[in-house]
Design a protein. Structure first.
Length: 292
């Protein structure tokens, strides 16, 4: 079997075109969608992520409020900046790039962002709404995965999906979205405490790898014809690469000989995250317009 490569870059661009139209409709009503993007510290990977997010916002005709804070910023200073942004009517969404420096509590930061502006879906109220099947923001990366599955007509309802990884950003929300009634999947959530990972992945119609472990998913772990969605973005050193590293997913690309569909790294799930973030900024701006 040779796998269909799922093109997240193309779908991401298509979604961003739709976002641009929605942004333009809002602008005609006098609202320019604006996302505050906060980066604390100088981590190069985080800096490159926030720059991509800001560029994508501008390309879609939206605004970004770029806030760069030094590593030594105190927790109180950051919380006070977030409080000001919560009250700022020109800002519709707030994103604090994760991870924040160790002396700042990520939990307090997540709770400080108003749920109305929580485009990452990190606030406990947003997470609660998502788990309870209520309306609200969907977290960007898991939502991007669902959009990719839909684009390629891959049935999710009734499918057995094995999610690998229990992070708050991907694994946990991914599993919770999949069991909402509108997706109706049967989900197994595996993690570092799982004893025989292969015994579970071999039963999966869809494997979603979000473990942060380069190349850990091997062909002998995949059922013939299964779908492999690779959410891992790992930097592995490569002296022959211009930057001294290359990006590598959690799946060994050799799994392609076993599966029916496969997301590449880069160019699979990654571009979908930004597209769904922009979509959430539109949603936040719409709520602002309707005062809900
Ligand atoms: N760090 C890694 N992924 C994300 C994300 O989706 N949002 C934020 N705020 N930080 C991240």
């Amino acid at each position: 079997m040779s796998a269909v490569i799922m093109d997240g870059k193309a779908l991401g661009l298509k979604i961003r075109e739709g976002v641009k139209e929605k942004a333009s409709a809002l602008k005609e009503k006098g609202i320019t969608p604006c996302l505050a993007v906060i980066l604390v510290g100088e981590d190069p990977a985080s800096l490159s992520y926030v720059k991509s997010k800001e560029k994508a916002l501008h390309e879609a005709g939206m605004e970004s409020r770029d806030i760069r804070l030094p590593e030594k910023t105190s927790e109180d200073q950051l919380l006070s900046i977030i409080a000001d942004l919560n009250n700022d009517e020109k800002v519709h969404g707030i994103l604090v790039q994760s991870p924040v420096p160790k002396h700042i509590s990520e939990e307090k930061v997540n709770q400080a962002v108003s749920p109305k502006k929580d485009v990452d879906c990190f606030h406990p109220e947003s997470v609660g709404n998502m788990v309870l099947g209520r309306q609200g923001f969907f977290p960007c990366t898991p939502h991007g995965v669902l959009m990719l599955l839909r684009e390629y007509d891959i049935p999710v309802a009734g499918a057995h999906v094995v999610v690998i990884g229990r992070s708050n950003i991907v694994g946990k929300p991914m599993a919770n979205l999949l069991i909402r009634r509108e997706y109706n999947a049967t989900v197994t959530l595996c993690h570092t405490g799982t004893k025989d990972l292969k015994a579970f992945t071999l039963q999966a119609d869809i494997v979603i790898a979000a473990a942060g472990s380069p190349g850990m998913i091997k062909p002998d772990m995949i059922k013939d014809g299964a779908v492999v969605i690779d959410v891992g973005i790992n930097r592995v050193s490569d002296t022959s690469a211009p930057k001294g590293y290359r990006l590598c997913g959690d799946a060994d690309p050799a799994v392609m000989r076993k599966c029916s569909f496969f997301t590449p790294v880069p160019g699979g799930v990654g571009p979908m995250t930004i597209a769904m973030l922009l979509n959430n900024v539109i949603e936040a701006s719409n709520k602002f317009e309707k005062k809900i």
